[in-house]
Design a protein. Structure first.
Length: 264
């Protein structure tokens, strides 16, 4: 058995892979990054080593996520741009405080925080309306997408499951395309195997995809979701967090939540 290991990919190889992933020619990338196509060619073939500013410029043009930008910098022999701390790190105390304020502000409307793998990091009390009836094993290590689409999760209560499933899977596919491989690709394959496909309706005329949920009393709750991210984060943990809020899409849902706090 050979003990040889593949050599680490060079910067030129990685940037070429990203360019092809984005379906751009060298000229397209050069125009977007405001450099010559000759310089792009030299970088990809290793005839020219990029500066830190050039790596970040090319990465921005290609829409490379922060974690993969670090990989590009390291391949070019440069220090990473983004640090990575645990969320409980003392230096991230302002971030945690901000998250708590956002969660409290949305209550009693469901609001949760997920990491890059869609694992639930924090949630407010209003999220109970979404988690009611979910199997305990799914809550032991809660993943928002798994909980939403698993047959033992929220799926049986989603009245427009085909539509909501399509919406979530398309979003995850875009994320996998942006950062191929790893846990997101495995999660996508798992979720695609769950039941719930079919023809999706279009209640909101293509403006937004609602979540139509059966409450414990048999009534229907209708939500529209919003996503908030930390756009200026220089820490990977923070940059990869998303705050997912579910706002009432009609007066009946707003009244139900405001009157009872959470509906079970």
């Amino acid at each position: 058995m050979s003990t040889l290991q593949s050599a680490p990919a060079t910067f030129g190889t990685l940037i070429r892979e990203w360019r092809r992933r984005r379906r751009l020619s060298q000229l397209d990338l050069a125009i977007g990054a405001d450099v010559s196509s000759r310089h792009v060619s030299f970088i990809e073939t290793g005839r020219s080593m990029p500066s830190r500013a050039m790596v970040l410029r090319l990465a921005a043009t290609l829409g490379v996520p922060p974690r993969e930008q670090n990989h590009l910098l390291l391949a070019a022999g440069l220090a990473p741009e983004f640090t990575e701390r645990r969320l409980d790190d003392p230096e991230l105390a302002p971030v945690r405080a901000g998250i708590e304020r956002v969660l409290a502000a949305y209550d009693p409307h469901p609001c949760l925080v997920v990491d890059r793998g869609w694992n639930i990091v924090e949630a407010n009390a209003g999220t109970a309306v979404l988690l009611d009836g979910v199997a305990p094993d799914l809550l032991a290590a809660p993943n928002a997408l798994r909980i939403a689409l698993h047959p033992d999760g929220l799926a049986p209560r989603i009245r427009n499951l085909a539509q909501w499933r399509h919406h979530l899977l398309e979003r995850l596919r875009r994320e996998v395309t942006a950062a191929p491989g790893g846990e997101l690709a495995a999660l996508l394959a798992e979720l695609e195997a769950y039941p719930g496909g079919g023809e999706a309706d279009d209640q909101f005329g293509g403006v937004a995809v609602p979540l139509r949920l059966t409450a414990g009393d048999g009534s229907e709750l209708t939500f529209l979701s919003t996503v908030t991210t930390f756009g200026t984060a220089l820490d990977l943990t923070v940059a990869e967090l998303s705050i997912e809020a579910f706002l009432p899409a009609d007066e009946a849902t707003a009244a139900a939540l405001s009157h009872s706090g959470t509906v079970r």
